[in-house]
Design a protein around this ligand. Structure first.
Ligand code: GDP
Length: 296
């Protein structure tokens, strides 16, 4: 992650405020204008920026800030708190079924990083939570996708369930039975992706959803696509219903718009982030850590 532009512009705005000592409402207005510009340039969606700046302004022009001895510091604190809240407050955990196996359905557009990050997630949960995952090849349209899942599963020592080019609904059901028989307490379904959200794909995903009732539908989106990632999240949530988002390729995202817009736009939290091509490049998403990084 390298949201340098955003970090630089915000710290420039705060520096100007600090240089002023006591603040007037006009000083705050000028700072808000700078914060608005910085967020828009970071590709945060317009509506999210507008609401964010309105919330910060309302708090910042209060008497306790303007009359405080360290008003600039108080503005920074407000921006920090509002950034944390914008990204969902606390870390949102994955759902766990009371009766194993927990089924997690990974969905997303082609190239978002579903296969790689599904495997990373399986590896993470195996290592950190001592889970016994089963990866399932439900993307039956691209033979290469099945092979790719077997390769990454192999590298992580995680079993991969596949039935070739069969019916993805039947594969998902068979995989859950297989997991029950083999003691896998976690089933991760790698579903098919398309270039765009289309009805046929959504119908297939809905059929898988009703057949296996996943505890969690996790949407994988590419951070580098900025607002397109946010739009994809909205479309998947409207059509299928998602529980959370996995934001991939954060290592290559220079702006940060998706990280800052997803929760506010869809109401669904980012739960994990992908931070590189290696299979251990995955982290749970912590809004407060992200806000600190952004504020530098
Ligand atoms: P899928 O089509 O959604 O299954 O996408 P893949 O899992 O095949 O990933 C597409 C490309 O993105 C691959 O070249 C991955 O190595 C790459 N990729 C996935 N996650 C990350 C990440 O967090 N950072 C970087 N830099 N590359 C990633």
């Amino acid at each position: 992650m390298a949201f340098e532009g955003l970090t630089e512009k915000l710290s420039a705005a705060f520096k100007r405020l600090r240089g002023k000592g006591r603040l007037t409402e006009a000083d705050i207005r000028e700072a808000m204008r700078e914060i608005r510009m910085a967020l828009l340039e970071a590709d945060v969606s317009y509506k999210v920026v507008k609401d964010f700046v309105a919330r910060v302004s309302e708090r910042a022009v209060g008497a306790d800030v303007l009359e405080s001895l360290t008003p600039a510091q108080m503005v920074v604190k407000i921006v920090n708190e509002e950034l944390v809240s914008l990204m969902g407050g606390a870390n949102a955990k994955l759902a766990v079924s009371s009766r194993p196996p927990t089924v997690i359905m990974l969905v997303g557009l082609q190239g978002a990083g579903k296969t790689t990050n599904g495997a990373k997630l399986a590896g993470y949960l195996k290592k950190q939570n001592s889970r016994r995952p089963l990866l399932v090849a439900c993307d039956v349209y691209r033979p290469a996708a099945i092979k790719q899942l077997e390769v990454v599963g192999g590298q992580l020592g995680i079993p991969v369930f596949q039935m070739g080019q069969g019916d993805p609904v039947e594969i998902a059901k068979a995989a859950v039975s297989h997991a029950v028989q083999h003691g896998n307490d976690l089933v991760l379904l790698d579903t098919a992706g398309r270039l765009h959200v289309d009805e046929e794909l959504m119908a297939e995903l809905k059929n898988i959803k009703s057949a296996v009732r996943p505890a969690e539908i996790l949407l994988v989106v590419d951070a580098m696509t900025g607002q397109d990632a946010v739009n994809a999240a909205k479309a998947f949530d409207d059509a299928l219903g998602i529980d959370g988002v996995m934001l991939t390729k954060l290592d290559g995202d220079a702006r940060g718009g998706a990280a800052l817009s997803v929760k506010a736009t869809t109401g669904k939290p980012i739960k994990f982030v992908g931070t590189g091509e290696k299979l251990d490049s995955i982290e749970p998403f912590h809004p407060e850590r992200m806000a600190s990084r952004i504020l530098g």
